[in-house]
Write a protein that binds this ligand. Structure first.
Ligand SMILES: Nc1nc2c(ncn2[C@@H]2O[C@H](COP(=O)(O)OP(=O)(O)OP(=O)(O)O)[C@@H](O)[C@H]2O)c(=O)[nH]1
Ligand SMILES: [Mg+2]
Length: 427
């Protein structure tokens, strides 16, 4: 496979000032800018950047040319000089022209939040699928910004000097990137085909799938590890997990289900990334049950839950049965704990507490296993057969003239949603 590296990586020795612009638009968006900036610090550190200080500006709207106000640019320049910074990282997305203008004014490498997240993803991608998806997201982000660009994009294609490439070089680069984007999309389509086949196989065999979703660093991988002894990467850092990992989990009653760990969510997740990762995130749509893992000790718990639910909505997975797992309860203050609901759809746990894991397993058992029912459905009614698979595990199928007789082990909850459609076909 031909592979090209597009090095937009903050260098090992990046020493950065982090900058946030709070416009009226940001205020209206409901994103807490202070928290967002804190998160940017964590993101930068995850990417290996040394964060020197942060700076923010309140302004009605962004400056078209420089993003932040002219006076603020001067202030940033002074601070950067004083602290010996070589990079400025902005908490919002910049246009290509803004990057160029800021680089010229400041003589610093300019990076925005999107680029930083893409960069972390690029560091993390391990599987072929992950690597393709990240590269596609990076190129889709770069392409419109590729116009006599500044320093941090100038190493595109490798070996170019420290200024932007000449115009003819630029055209070649553009064409090259477009070609590469097409190629990556083709590869992703292929991967998607494989996933669909895998999915169909799982559906046929009636495998029940449970997806762990949640904000980054909530403890999804830890839960997978604690529940299945899976050897997965657990780190106190953002986006430790990139590729979905599935493991078999045996419920207390002996039934086996598949538990899948997914990439963490974050506010302002770059649009290109969501688009590129759609095939991976589709896994969530296939789940019979979603476990929404929440870091209960976070002060931003409600905002984080909102972000996750919005993304689930975008993926079309918001109607799935969902159990909230309030994790890290050991780190909560008594006041925090008191505010957390506890009932069948909301569990307070600590991933490291065996009793809590037992409680979770029993809850899964209760949710995912019901009685068995037989249905006799006309063979021509593929639509009704499809409903069967949503209702539970199809454990046997026999043909009876023009009919298919299926025995289904119902999933509690799910089955209730569809039962009325099939009421007339019960045997
Ligand atoms: N104290 C405490 N720490 C926990 C608990 N669960 C997870 N952690 C820690 O939280 C950090 C993040 O855990 P991960 O399992 O990597 O989180 P994740 O949700 O998979 O994160 P991403 O893959 O980055 O999205 C690790 O340092 C864990 O050890 C818990 O119940 N209590
Ligand atoms: Mg993880």
């Amino acid at each position: 496979m031909q592979s090209t590296t597009y090095d937009t990586t903050p260098e090992e020795s990046s020493r950065a000032v982090l900058v946030s612009l709070v416009t009226d638009e940001v205020k209206r968006s409901g994103i807490d800018p202070v928290y967002s900036l804190e998160e940017l610090v964590a993101l930068a550190e995850t990417a290996g950047v040394e964060v020197l200080t942060t700076l923010s500006q309140n302004r009605e709207k962004k400056d078209t040319r420089l993003f932040i106000g002219k006076g603020k640019v001067q202030e940033l320049k002074l601070i950067a000089d004083e602290l010996g910074a070589n990079t400025a990282i902005f908490d919002q997305e910049l246009s290509g022209a803004q990057v160029r203008n800021l680089e010229e004014e400041l003589d610093l490498k300019i990076i925005d939040r999107t680029q930083l997240i893409l960069d972390i993803f690029a560091q993390r991608a391990k599987t072929r699928e992950g690597i393709i998806q990240v590269e596609l997201a990076q190129l889709s982000y770069l392409l419109p910004r590729l116009a006599g660009q500044g320093r941090n994009l100038s190493r595109l294609g490798g070996g170019i000097g420290s200024r932007g490439p000449g115009e003819s070089k630029l055209e070649t680069d553009r064409r090259h990137i477009r070609g590469r984007i097409d190629e990556l999309k083709r590869q992703i389509a292929e991967v998607e085909k494989n996933r669909v086949q895998q999915r169909q196989r799982r559906q046929k065999s009636g495998t029940v799938q449970v997806a762990l979703v949640g904000y980054t660093n909530a403890g999804k991988s830890t839960l997978l590890r604690q529940l299945t002894d899976a050897d997965v990467y657990v780190q106190n850092q953002l986006f430790a997990t990139l590729d979905p990992t599935s493991r078999t989990l045996e419920l207390p009653g002996g039934r086996e289900i598949v538990l899948t760990d997914t990439v963490g969510f974050i506010q302002n997740l770059p649009h290109h990334l969501i688009a590129a990762f759609r095939a991976t995130l589709e896994e969530v749509n296939q789940a019979n049950l979603v476990l929404h893992v929440v870091d209960a000790s976070s002060a931003m718990l409600n905002d984080q839950m909102k972000v996750v639910n919005q993304l689930l909505e975008e993926l079309g997975a918001v109607d799935k049965p969902q159990i909230q797992i309030y994790n890290k309860k050991d780190l909560c203050t008594p006041e925090q704990l008191q505010l957390l609901p506890e009932n069948e759809w909301n569990l307070r746990v600590s991933a490291y507490d065996e009793k809590d894991m037992d409680k979770l397993l029993h809850r899964l058992q209760e949710e995912l296993t019901g009685g068995t029912v037989k249905y006799r459905i006309p063979a021509a009614r593929g639509d009704l057969s499809a409903q069967l698979y949503k209702m539970g595990e199809v454990i046997s199928q026999d043909f009876d003239e023009e009919y298919i007789v299926s025995e289904v082990r119902l999933h509690k909850g799910e089955s209730e949603k569809y039962a009325y459609l099939l009421e007339d076909y019960k045997v």
